[in-house]
Every structure is written in C-alpha cells, then in structure tokens.
Design a binder for this molecule. Sequence first.
Ligand code: PLP
Length: 400
Amino acid sequence: EFVPASRVTRIKSSPSVAAAGRVRELKAEGRRILDLTVGEPDFDTPANIKEAAIAAVRNGETRYTAVAGTPALQAAIIHSMESRTGVRYTPDRITIGGGAKQVIFTAFMASLGEGDEVVIPAPYWVSYPDMVLANEGTPVIVECGEDAGFKLTPESLAAALTDRSKWLILNTPSNPTGAVYTAEELRGLARVLADFPQVHVLTDEIYDEIYFGTERPACLLRVAPELDGRVLMVNGVSKSYAMTGWRLGYAVGPKPVIAAINKLQSQISSCPSSVSQAAAAEALIGDQTFVLESRDVYRSRRDIAVAGLNAIDGLACRTPDGAFYAYVNCAGVVGKTTPDGAVISNDEDFTMYLLDSASVAVIQGSAYGVGPYFRISYATSVEVINEALAAIEKSVMALS
Ligand code: PLP
C-alpha cells in the first residue's frame, strides 16, 4: 500500500484549484456557470512575447540553461528591478523558476526547519500556509480585518513576531483582497522589523503592474532600503503579461538566500524552460502597451463589479486598489434562509447557494483565512460580470 509522506498529508490541495475543478465538472454536466473564481488574466499573451519565444525555438535556444537563468533574462530582471527598487542587483542575487509559486516554495524549502515561524497576514493567498507546512515550518496567521483595510498594522506585526520568526510574507497588491500598502504603511512595518534583525521578508509583488491609483504600488525596499540584506522580492510574468501557462517567475534577494534557493533548484529542475525565459525577457524589456491597456480594462471591470455588489442588500465590498479580485463582505446574508429552507450559516454555505441557485462560482473567504467573505475575480468579460451580478442579486433577494 502506498503511504504518502507526512509533508503531503499535512497539507491540503489548493482550494482555488478545487473550485476550478468543480466548475469544470458542472460545465461537463451541461450547466452554464458564470465563473468568477479565475486567478489568471483572460487575455492572450501579447504577440511580441509569443514572437520572441518562436524566435528562440528557431534559434535553437532549446537546451538547459544555467541554473540561475539566461544572461538575457537576468539582464532584463536587473533592469526591471532597478527601476522598481533603486537597487542594482547582480546576477548572483537572482533566482528564476517555474512560476513565482515554485520560487516561493523553493525559498521556504531552502530556509525553513522545524519550529521556524512564518508570519502570514490574513486574508492570505491560499498557498502560503501550506507551502510553509510542507517545508516543516509553522505558519503564524495574523488576521487583518476590514477596518484595517485587510492590511497588517505595526502593532499586530510586533505582537506576532518572536525569536523563532524566520519570515514575514507581504503580498501587495493582495490576492484575495486587492489591498495595496502605502509607502507610509510599509515604513511603519519596517520600523518594527528593525527590532527583529533575524527576520527576513518575502514580498510577493506578482500583481504590482495591476493597480488603479495614479502611482505604482509602494515597494518595501524603496521605502526601507536598509532592509536590502533581508528582503526576497518575488515577481513573475504570469499576471502582468498574461503568461500563466509559460510558468516563469523570479526573485531577487540577499546573496546567501539566493545561493541556497539555486542550489536546491539545481537538484529539482536544473533550470526554468529556455523558451519561457526568452519570452519573459521580451515581456520585461519589450513594448509595455499591453500592461497599460489591460490595467484600464481591469479598472473599468472593477468599477462595474464593486458598484454592482454594493447595490445588493446584504453584501458590501471595499474598492480594491490592485490585482483583479474583490473581497466581498457577506455578513448581511449569514443567518438567512434559502427558498429550500436551508440556513446560510457561513460564507461556505453562501458560495454553495450561489453556485446552486445563481450558477455563479466564487470562492469562500474561509479559504483565505477570514470570513464571512467571498472572493470574486473580475478577470473575465463585462458581460459575464453583469450577468453574474444580476444572478447574485436575484438569489440574495430570494433569501428570507
Ligand atoms: N502569488 C500570488 C499572490 C498569486 O496570486 C499567484 C497566482 O495565483 C502566484 C503568486 C503564483 O504565480 P505564478 O504563476 O508565477 O506561479
């Protein structure tokens, strides 16, 4: 009999992958589902990026590359990260992997041991706690309520840090809330970190090009350059350039952290895909029109979705400042009864009710560590968003 390793039995499969599976099943049964669970852009990869990949194949860039990536992609990352952080990184401070997800996992594998704590502000991206658990670490979840804009405060950070803390994770713009930290808020967190010099910070900035304010989201390293020796800054091309299937992400950070990650990577995958690296280099240094245009599209969808949700009695939704998600407060429907006589006792019941009665798929807030909420993705067409809003409203009105 096959017995999986304890690191497998300790963790759960990704709830967003599970939700996508449920939507696929219902569609296979012939039901039309208005899918607001999707965690990826609904756009195709821009043509200039595809052409760069095709050219790489034709040029014979089809072999293993260096573990830490090709010189061309490293140069593109150095250029892009310098404009972002003000720091000029050297190649020995870069790691490139099969998606930001893999980079984060390998970073934990390279750094965590039993008893090491990782502070994770909630609502969190579903994968962080399980990635920590899979690598022997202990997730320390800090709930960040809606009144704090779903953001970590200096007080709650100070209360969560101990002498066993190894990492703090900061995800801005956030999945699932779309919250973006201001420079002042990051400075406040940096002041607390000054008292805990052993703590490293993993900043997941994968949505940093998808923002709706006038300026690019603040960057921890830019506002607190003194943290340069302990910030691992993760990014990738999946979201900004609609390249989820290319599986290419990267991080820049302190030399010893990067060396440990790359040593593991040399035994895990040898290197990321050579073709995807060529595509990512073009994404970072080539024409940026797609980034600007898609940002405008996301912004107008956000405005439609947020206004529509707030118009529904019982639901309330803050206006997200980035990414393509909204985190909707559904406390107003908890305790109500469905036409079938079932009581909605939490956000999970409500999302099941929406799926059954409105054919709208969303993900329950409990998956992200804070309820009663649900996450919608507006990386889908305005038609689907409008149809879903009407269907949600009808279902909510049917509650008593
Ligand atoms: N970080 C966050 C917050 C995400 O939402 C995602 C994707 O859903 C990732 C990282 C992973 O992205 P990648 O496709 O680069 O692995």
